[in-house]
Design a protein around this ligand. Structure first.
Ligand code: C2O
Ligand code: CU
Length: 477
């Protein structure tokens, strides 16, 4: 098969699946095949950065409706401020972030600093706050001096409106900077997806979208469809990659270029290692070094089978091109000068104060009724405390998934050390704030609850599932 016919075949497969995935939503045809657009190739723009100074980052954040152009079409989306994505917040360990959030949407919202290990209390990283349309709120996030460095992000977290608001365009990068990684330059790559109706509005989710977790027809990087990334051969670039898709899994790859993984989510691995691709579940991030050699490459998601519900599976999180990378100049890819072995914290020597088991729940409702989603047989209840943990305890949590599809498990403000996944014990200290729990599988994690007492949540980061009840609360104190 020639390249062209193979690509057409893949495209046809994708369109076939699309017919199933959005059947009945009433979208009219754009006249363009899946993921294609007439205007692909605009240069990738880095979101504008806001940097802390004197230990403080003050942010005026407005969540509002926004008109923009996506894939050559007029689009009415949501955005923080006047930009899609929102501006990148750059801070250092020990900094304080003060945010005034004004809600100019039609639905309630709030704010989550995903990846920060900060207080969940009061006007900190508190997912129980709700800001009505027209209202404002002042948040304060205090990072401790020894806060891990790495890639975080911010997005709304008001239960019931999270998926719609994220899918609509509300997300931004939050980088906790270090200064020991040599790189020629740095880029933020926020991957998201969206579906636009014929009139340019964000497509609503059907009941089936909610069950499966909606995936947008257009994949975006920093709000742009298939942008062009230009780079210089011989440079080492640092890429901060964020999967901000509502439900889509991304297997990030740049075939033909050399990728080194510095870390996932927050924190650094003990040593960078060369990789061919990296799986980013929804909400997951990768901190990468790219050693550039001349040529044109496609930045891709290789696709990932995240399972499904009987007839309703398949066709999700398929492969796609995210961007084109054009590297010019005659230099060869330089060596990565970072062989350091770091001592990542390791909880495996700690005394385990308690063990608990948590299971995802997804049961088929009666004839056409919505499925029940939650943990341990019950849906989220804002007034219920599901787990009470003693302050100071280190606990082992076994998260199991008896359902037929994968779910990404996210715990707020208390990082998880994954010690077992896919039935295998992990030797290297592996820190995550989102961990994928495969269908019929389980993971084991250790969590240190000696910091950030208060009440917060864990949930599925397929945000349609979270809004449908796949969330629970934990109180530490
Ligand atoms: Cu990125 Cu509780 O979410
Ligand atoms: Cu889920």
């Amino acid at each position: 098969m020639t390249d062209m016919t193979r690509r057409q075949a893949i495209r046809l497969g994708a369109v076939g699946a699309l017919g199933v995935a959005i059947g009945g939503v009433g979208l009219s045809q754009t006249g363009l095949p899946w993921g294609e657009s007439a205007t692909a190739g605009a240069r990738l723009a880095d979101p504008e950065a806001l940097r802390s100074s004197g230990g403080i980052l003050a942010v005026d954040l407005v969540a509002a409706h926004h008109r923009t152009s996506i894939a050559g079409r007029d689009a009415r989306v949501l955005a923080y401020g006047e930009s899609l994505p929102g501006r990148t917040w750059r801070v250092r360990p020990g900094d304080r972030i003060d945010v005034r959030l004004r809600n100019e949407l039609d639905t309630p919202t709030n704010l989550h600093t995903h990846g920060l290990a900060v207080s969940p209390r009061g006007n900190g990283d508190n997912p129980f706050l709700s800001i009505d349309p027209g209202e404002s709120i002042d948040y304060t996030f205090q990072l401790p001096e020894d806060h891990p460095t790495g890639v975080a992000w911010y997005h709304p977290h008001r239960h019931g409106t999270v998926a719609d608001q994220l899918f609509g365009g509300l997300y931004g990068a939050l980088i906790v900077e270090d200064d020991d990684v040599p790189a020629s330059s740095e880029r933020v790559l926020i991957i998201s997806d969206i579906t636009l109706t014929a009139s340019g509005d964000v497509a609503p989710a059907s009941q089936q979208d909610v069950m499966m977790g909606r995936e947008g027809r257009l994949l975006l990087v920093n709000g742009q469809h298939r942008p062009l990334i230009s780079a210089r051969a011989g440079d080492i670039e640092r890429w901060r990659v964020i999967n901000a898709c509502t439900s889509r899994y991304i297997t990030f790859a740049v075939p033909g270029q050399e990728l080194h993984l510095l870390g996932m989510d927050m924190g650094r691995a003990s040593a960078p290692r060369e990789i061919s691709d990296v799986l980013l579940p929804p909400g997951g991030r990768a901190d990468l070094l790219v050693a550039l050699s001349p040529g044109t490459a496609e930045v891709q998601t290789l696709g990932y089978d995240r399972g499904g519900m009987g007839m309703m599976g398949g066709g999700l999180s398929g492969s796609a091109v995210l961007a084109t990378l054009s590297v010019t100049g005659g230099n060869a890819a330089p060596p990565i000068g970072l062989a350091d072995e770091r001592d990542a914290p390791d909880l495996r020597g700690a005394t385990i104060a308690g063990r608990r088991e948590i299971a995802f729940t997804m049961s088929m409702g009666m004839r056409g009724r919505m499925m029940d989603m939650g943990f341990d047989g019950r849906a989220f209840d804002i007034d219920r405390i599901d787990q009470r943990v003693d302050a100071g305890a280190v606990e082992e949590w076994i998260i199991s998934n008896p359902t037929p599809m994968d779910h990404p498990f996210h715990l707020h403000v208390w990082p998880m050390q994954v010690i077992e996944a896919d039935g295998q014990a992990l030797d290297e200290p592996t820190w995550r704030d989102v961990v994928n729990v495969p269908a019929q599988g389980r993971v084991r994690v250790l969590v240190d609850f000696s910091r950030n007492p208060g009440r917060s949540v864990y949930h599925c980061h397929i945000l349609d599932h979270e809004d449908a009840g796949m969330m629970a609360s934990v109180e530490v104190g």
